[in-house]
Design a protein around this ligand. Structure first.
Ligand code: DX5
Ligand code: ZN
Length: 216
């Protein structure tokens, strides 16, 4: 299991140091939540902030766009150094066009679905995706409860990936903690995002190691 700490729960007054801390703590991927106050009722940060943080680590930057018109900003996030860009199928942008913009920049494309969205919407694009992000809470805030029902989507997508002989990864995001991560692992999840469980712990390194250990 790859662990992707969500920086949404970090201390933003020392954003760079927090990235270094979880890098040293064994984080596999840096999960960066971009919110526009429109697609979700919360605001975070954008491409200029990510660009400044890019030099803090060599670990991949997984940029989760929770914004209404992702196609307008793909080039900005690619310029900022994103390695993976996920955007929501529920956003206003054309999915094919937005994927093309990401592909043209050599960034790994990912599609994200909210809890109410069927995984079937992903199927026409599955072969082109580096990753599918299955939300296990309503996007917008950290610290919410994991929705175990979402594991049905993971199983469904895993089957389809296997059938097609492709290597698309499945990431889950929301409510991942000591008591929920084994459920995700059992369903076949490849990457777990964890905000509160990492940054709310007294020692991030211990928390990451423990989460990973619970998947074995
Ligand atoms: C929620 C974000 C998540 C969030 C997860 O919209 O996409 O990445 O930070 O936080 P926890 O792990 O606390 O549920
Ligand atoms: Zn996220």
């Amino acid at each position: 299991m790859l662990i992707a700490p969500s920086l949404l729960s970090c201390d933003f007054s020392v954003f760079r140091d927090e990235i270094v801390r979880i890098d040293q703590g064994g984080a596999d991927i840096m999960h960066l939540d971009v919110m526009d106050g429109h697609f979700v009722p919360n605001l975070t940060f954008g491409a200029p902030v990510i660009k400044k943080l890019r030099k803090a680590t060599e670990k991949p930057f997984d940029v989760h766009l929770m914004i209404s018109e992702p196609h307008r900003y793909i080039n900005d996030f690619a310029d900022a150094g994103a390695d993976i860009i996920s955007f929501h199928t529920e956003s206003d942008s054309d999915i094919d066009e937005t994927l093309k913009l990401i592909e043209a920049r050599g960034v790994k494309p990912a599609l994200a679905i909210k809890p109410g969205t069927s995984p079937h919407v992903i199927l026409p694009y599955l072969d082109r995706l580096y990753m599918v992000l299955v939300m296990t809470v309503e996007p917008g805030f950290g610290g919410q409860s994991f929705m175990p029902d979402m594991m049905e989507k993971v199983t469904f997508l895993k089957e389809e990936i296997k059938k097609r002989g492709i290597s698309t990864l499945i990431e889950v995001d929301g409510g991942i903690a000591k008591d929920t991560i084994a459920t995700a692992a059992k369903a076949g999840v490849d990457i777990c995002v964890a905000g509160t469980a990492v940054f709310g712990a007294p020692d991030a390194k211990e928390a990451i190691t423990e989460l990973r250990g619970l998947c074995e």
